[in-house]
Design a protein around this ligand. Structure first.
Ligand code: ADP
Ligand code: MG
Length: 357
């Protein structure tokens, strides 16, 4: 039955990678216990047939456990053939100045984030409410050290009802509108079917530095989303800021889940490897028909190895004047420095296409 449903999706939604690579013989050969576990991983792609990936890991060892199947989805998305090797290297080999593409890009909104999960909790899709609250509390202890450090300062805010760090709903909505805080995940069918947004808003929150350029989300799609953000034109600055800050966080004794083959473990297979998505808000009014059609851009972007999102993030529309979010799609088998270069090159090529009349 499960196989039949997936084969139907395969035909109707050839872009759904969970369905594209589903192998009934492999699934049927698993023990009932493992079949139940794998079903939880792929249920989101079954109930949301228009998913691009259609699978979320529930536990850090899922990628190794279900490797014969998940490896195909991972390679397909990241465009990998041959041996897998994840190497970390933040050197971007020179200055990446958006203003050198065009003066009008000199005040661009730049953001670089990594997804990280701790090895001592299940991944967000399989956490209980108690796990979520215990995890948030363990992070508050780490954030106290950041807040006490003059390089960071800032504060922690929580969405957990009754928390001493709790903010009002209006304050929360304001932070979402400013692109600092994450959206209400319970409204996202891809995340909710996977259980990732369960118990919302318990255990959810955000650390934000005094200069508001360094942010850590707690309890979104991954345990942690660690990011640097800035308006300007030097991509290197946001990457360097994230790199230095990440080193500080790791030095606090957090043990991030890793897989031998796939690097940092993340809920979504699209984020494996570096866990990094580096994005740029850029106005492309001609290519998006004044922002009315972001989908028009997707095939063009794909050829350049880029993903396109709306101005409010994934599954949102373009912003005023056709502003979209561009980011290199690959996060595995690329280094952090390469992602920086790919973002710069991609923006340059996209800008040139936008200018062609
Ligand atoms: P991710 O999955 O990488 O965390 P999302 O697509 O979920 O990103 O978006 C999360 C938030 O980050 C949204 O508010 C989105 O508008 C914001 N965002 C993403 N890239 C940028 C950017 N370059 N500048 C400003 N805000 C950004
Ligand atoms: Mg997201």
């Amino acid at each position: 039955m499960l196989s039949e449903q997936i084969f139907r999706i395969q035909h109707q939604h050839p872009e759904n990678l969970m369905a594209r690579h589903f192998d009934a013989a492999y699934f049927n050969g698993l023990s009932p216990e493992l079949q139940a576990r794998l079903t939880r991983v792929i249920i989101t792609g079954m109930q949301n047939p228009d998913s691009q990936m259609g699978a979320y890991a529930m536990n850090p060892d899922d990628y190794d456990l279900f490797q014969p199947y998940l490896d195909k989805l991972i390679r397909d998305y990241h465009g990998i053939e041959g041996e897998l090797k994840q190497i970390s290297n933040w050197d971007s080999d020179g200055t990446l100045d958006l203003a050198s593409i065009d003066e009008s890009l000199s005040n661009s909104s730049m953001r670089v984030r990594v997804g990280r999960n701790l090895s001592n909790f299940p991944l967000p899709g399989a956490m209980t409410r108690d796990h979520r609250i215990a995890f948030e509390n363990s992070m508050i202890a780490v954030f106290k050290k950041l807040i006490a450090n003059p390089d960071f300062g800032g504060s922690y805010i929580s969405l957990t009802p009754g928390s001493s760090h709790e903010i009002s709903h209006e304050q929360y909505l304001q932070l979402v509108a400013e692109h600092k805080m994450f959206k209400d995940m319970s409204a996202d069918p891809y995340l909710s079917v996977a259980g990732i947004s369960s118990d919302w808003p318990y255990g959810r929150g955000m650390y934000i530095s005094a200069d508001e350029q360094f942010i850590i989300w707690v309890g979104e799609e991954d345990h942690l989303r660690i990011m640097a953000m800035k308006c300007g034109c030097l991509l290197n600055e946001v990457f360097d800021h994230l790199h230095v800050s990440l080193d500080f966080i790791e030095a606090q004794g957090l043990v991030f889940a890793r897989s031998e083959a796939y690097g940092y473990v993340t809920s979504c297979p699209t984020n494996l490897g570096t866990g990094m998505r580096a994005s740029l808000h850029i106005a492309l009014p001609r290519l998006t028909q004044n922002g009315s059609n972001v989908d028009l851009l997707k095939p063009v972007a794909k050829k350049l190895g880029l993903s396109v999102r709306g101005a409010g993030g994934e599954h949102t529309a373009a912003g005023a004047g056709g502003i979209v979010d561009l980011s290199p799609s690959a996060r595995l088998m690329v280094s952090e420095g390469e992602i920086a270069r790919k973002l710069y090159q991609g923006a340059k090529q996209m800008w040139a296409l936008e200018q062609q009349g």
